[in-house]
Design a protein around this ligand. Sequence first.
Ligand SMILES: CC(C)(COP(=O)(O)OP(=O)(O)OC[C@H]1O[C@@H](n2cnc3c(N)ncnc32)[C@H](O)[C@@H]1OP(=O)(O)O)[C@@H](O)C(=O)NCCC(=O)NCCS
Length: 151
Amino acid sequence: MSLHLRLAQPADAADLLAWRNDPKTRALSRQPEEISWEDHCRWLDRMIADPGCLFLVAWLDGTRVGVVRFNRRGQADVWEVSITVAPVAQGRGLGRRILNEGVARLRRDHPGAEVLAAVRPGNLASERLFLGAGFRPTQSDEAFAHFVLGA
Ligand SMILES: CC(C)(COP(=O)(O)OP(=O)(O)OC[C@H]1O[C@@H](n2cnc3c(N)ncnc32)[C@H](O)[C@@H]1OP(=O)(O)O)[C@@H](O)C(=O)NCCC(=O)NCCS
């Protein structure tokens, strides 16, 4: 099965919002409240236009199956990653493939990029995903465990 990562577009909005508002995903998000369609579309347009954001949608056999987004933090070549797999497609290894391909794509344009990830305590799938992709744990606080992937 071939997985393709494509730059996010406004037409991706409905699937992205459905995944974002899934109760399990919300519980693990930085902002757990449900997001409205209008706010979501405004946010998506802003992200797509932002040169400090690499926003990729993963497609498998003509269907959207996940999303990975990298946001630049400050002036240095440091990017924070956010990843979601469609709830129906989770637990089948897609998260790993999407993360690896996303990092490879980021490093095509930014070979020295360092990638940060913040994971809610108890989000075992996410923790294992990042550790398995070579991220190493840095500091943790009550709200998040932090991981970094060096250049
Ligand atoms: C986190 C997430 C992206 C992982 O994607 P996925 O496709 O479900 O994960 P994979 O199938 O690629 O598995 C990745 C690792 O997680 C483990 N895993 C998957 N589901 C798991 C679960 N429910 N509980 C514990 N571990 C789990 C896998 O065993 C694998 O680890 P291993 O290689 O050490 O065995 C996905 O579950 C998701 O979208 N969650 C909601 C949003 C979220 O939490 N995003 C991360 C915040 S940055």
